[in-house]
Design a protein around this ligand. Sequence first.
Ligand code: TXA
Ligand code: MG
Length: 508
Amino acid sequence: MNTMIEKVNKNRIDMQVIQRAGEIIRQGGLVAFPTETVYGLGANALDEEAAKKTYAAKGRPSDNPLIVHIAEYEALKEIAVDVPESAVALARRFWPGPLTMIFKKAEKVPYGTTGGLDTVAVRMPSDGIARELILASGGYVSAPSANTSGRPSPTKAEHVEEDLSGKIDMILDGGSVEIGLESTVLDMTVEPPVILRPGAITAGMLEKVVGMVGIDETILGPESEKAPKAPGMKYRHYAPNAKLTIVEGNIREEVLAIRQLVYDAVNNGKKTGIIATDETIHYYSKGIIKNVGSREDERTIAKNLFAVLREFDGEGVDEIYSESFAMRGIGNAIMNRLDKAAGHLRIPAVEIVRRQRYRRIVFVSQSDTCRGPMAAEILRQRHLRQEYVIDSRGIIVLFPEPINPKAEAVMRSNGMSLGEYKSIPFSETEVADDILVLTMDEAQKNKILAEYEEAVSIYTVNEFVGEDEEVLNPYGKPLNVYGLCYENISKLMDKLTEKLNSYVEGEG
Ligand code: TXA
Ligand code: MG
């Protein structure tokens, strides 16, 4: 099948295109169209055969009911029975908009559309193109999200094209959607009404109109044994191809844990993605980093989430790590979708951060022109399971001096270089709980301890790794002694690597 793609300007809707699209739906065909939430795959809701085509195009199980989209309130009475007063009030407040309500179905709604249920889901979208299309199609348009079953819902016409090109008659391209997450689904057949799927219209907003609403417990995670009431919620939804893990904690912990997880994954040769935010993105350096939006305005995150998941798929990423979001307002809907995309895989950030006894390692020598910089560079070349900032500093540095030429010669003969490094004096910025300070000898350690009372993690290198001999001082000696010093430091760095790596494994 050749799928026609028609651009439609929201502000100047071309009614000829809409009439053609409406005609396709009346004739039993399929047209994808924008709504304010996500793109929908439209068909005639009163036509059993059209429903079958919809399921086939999406590759969706046919026991998963479709939402019937209407454009006028009067249409509700034709397809739903026993509509309670509270629903009238909710419709008055939230329609047109991202709220779907479930009622007992009227006779004329075929079981094909409702997935065999005696209830029908109804929604009146606010998007102008959606509204005109519904009217042009006869007033009742069934529309699931216009993605292949199991992929993230489409928030742009290009996403629909990716999934359904060749399988449907037409795509109306109205640009990017406004909200980006599917509508709130509210079961009105029970009292009080129950949220089956969280969306942009939150429990708090609904409660202002109808008093209390319940929340289906299956929304919140895997712990519930009950089958979800919205059949669609039982399928692994919105799933990216990559393994997605949600990292939970406060923002600082999340960033530190994700940095560590990505460091590991990249070292293991995995193509790794990060879902970051405006507020945190500059803390990451490794991996494929994507900005999902601003924590200041979580609507931006809702809007970008599915597109970001699709982008990762397009780039063939193996693993994705995501920060988590507060469970308030639209945050509930964001976390619900993220959690499903992750197949409920969540890990507490503290579990990872707790193992990070140190985050920075500073080697201290007399002048920071030889042993300290050598140790730092040798350690950087080791396979550390944790990402550390590794530096060197000097006890007496009056002005920045270049590396000792003999030290550089030895480093070069071992395939490394200290290049243009210039010495830096030790200062109070090197004194903190999570900084490991390692001196070349006891005198340097005592000098720092004397100056900074709060110098907490300071050891001589040999002491820290359990060796008696201090690092050899080659100063003023021939080149071969510098070579011995290199060997000496190199052995100590082997032991240091082992000790540091034992923390990551949780054995330290
Ligand atoms: O925002 C939206 O709702 C989008 C746009 C296109 O309007 N549509 C959408 O449809 O997300 P779909 O089919 O992808 O998701 C509909 C959800 C499914 O989880 C389905 O199981 C549930 O609503 N649902 C539909 N009819 C139902 C019913 N009678 N009882 C319980 N759940 C129902
Ligand atoms: Mg869907």
